[in-house]
Design a protein. Sequence first.
Length: 212
Amino acid sequence: DYRILEVDGMRQTEYRNRFIETPNQDSLYAHTRGRKIRFKARIRQYGSNLRSFLEVKEKTVHGRTVKSRVEREAKAGIERALTAEESKFLGIYYKYEGPELSQVTCHFNRFTLVSNEKSERITIDSDIVFRSGSKEESLGDLCIMEIKQERINRNSPLLEALEQFKFEYTPLGRMTSMSKYVVGMLLLDSNLPPRTYRSVMKRVRHMRENLH
């Protein structure tokens, strides 16, 4: 039903992210407070080709995720400060001043399965590490698998398999809605209130501690 996506002969790609946030952490709190309309911005570098993009993911009132992005200057990576043009691009989505480079980074490896019949991709992220200054948190052997569809299709073979264990811990884990950015922030700073992410963090910690 699925094939492994290959890019330049490689089946696995390294991803490096640096998140963008406001001084008041508006993006984080929009997630943990469960707001339907919210934004998340990041700089992402794909693989070893040094290409990087400024990306904004918008969650609409209808639950759809819309991603917009612009490519950064050559070799700008995830560390270089935002340019005036990049700040202008962010201003389209952030209706307040102050978005800036966060200290939080996330590195992981990803391989992607592509459906042979349906408009569907499945990404599997492993070796997930969050860093902020001298702090570091790893998800260890825990992987995050995400089903990506243009429109919800309950006939997906993988989705049907996961639905059978919707409320159970299994070797494939447990279905949930989550953001790696929010999980990383909450792992790195125990003083942040988890709010609607309380159950998600409980699952993450439980699985991380019980995987061998």
